[in-house]
Design a protein around this ligand. Structure first.
Ligand code: SAH
Ligand code: DHB
Ligand code: MG
Length: 223
């Protein structure tokens, strides 16, 4: 089974079920034109995030890693009136492109992008009494995930769902001696999660247009 076939099936899913609208298409087009790396979630994954947010009735969403705002649009368009999404992004240029993409999608009023290192922005959110968030999506630098997850927990309540992207990486996650910072980040994240009584979690492996990877879904089950 090849990556070509996974990608072809993703295209089929895109045409048959996902059918992203013009705002999402334009966001991808403009992100590519601006030279942003094509590492956004796939359309099928984006719609999964959207459905998850809606089924949770999420009113407050936190995202770490905005890029051009593609996943942000999927998530923010799931919010009810008055709902809010805060997205943290290191690169000012990425945030500017995302802001334009969000404005075109009619979501400028519900989304706030904060530029800076996530590890500095997260404590500020807590200090400002932002949260608790109903849904958190961790998708920035993978090395930071163990720390981002700890902050996400502080910004959570019982019932909060935390999704972490890119946790399988072609299966490299099983290599305990990996020198790759991203893999080490995933393995450390899993130790953090498994030592946390408040959280239940699992990982789903995925294939598709982005290759072989996966995401972790964690539920904060106790205060
Ligand atoms: N969630 C996006 C993709 C995010 S790509 C989508 O699916 O559409 C990862 C993003 O994280 C990049 O824009 C990168 O600049 C940002 N990033 C990397 N390190 C970061 C850090 N330390 N703090 C905040 N953002 C960071
Ligand atoms: C990379 C980052 C991502 O968030 C992703 O979904 C795929 C790849 C990367 O940094 O290579
Ligand atoms: Mg990702």
């Amino acid at each position: 089974m090849s990556k070509d076939r996974w990608a072809a099936v993703d295209r089929y899913i895109g045409e048959s079920l996902v059918r992203q609208g013009p705002a999402l298409e334009a966001a991808l087009k403009d992100s590519a034109a601006a030279g942003l790396p094509p590492i956004n979630v796939s359309p099928a994954q984006g719609k999964f995030l959207h459905i998850l947010a809606r089924s949770l009735g999420a009113r407050r969403i936190l995202e770490v890693g905005t890029l051009g705002g593609y996943s942000t649009i999927w998530l923010a368009s799931a919010l009810p009136r008055g709902g809010r999404l805060i997205s943290l992004e290191l690169e000012k240029r990425h945030a500017e492109i995302a802001a334009k993409n969000l404005a075109r999608a009619g979501l400028a009023d519900s989304v706030e992008i904060r530029v800076g290192k996530a590890i500095e922005s997260l404590p500020k959110l807590l200090a400002e009494k932002e949260g608790p968030f109903d849904l958190v999506f961790l998708d920035a630098d993978k090395k930071g995930n163990p720390d981002y997850f700890k902050w996400a927990l502080k910004l959570s309540r019982e019932g909060t769902v935390i999704i972490v992207d890119n946790v399988v990486r072609d299966g490299a996650v099983i290599d305990a001696s990996s020198k790759d910072e991203s893999i080490r980040g995933v393995r450390k994240l899993n130790r953090v999660i498994s030592s946390e009584d408040r959280v239940i979690a699992t990982t789903l492996q995925t294939v598709g247009v982005k290759g072989y990877d996966g995401f972790t879904i964690a539920l904060v089950s106790k205060e």
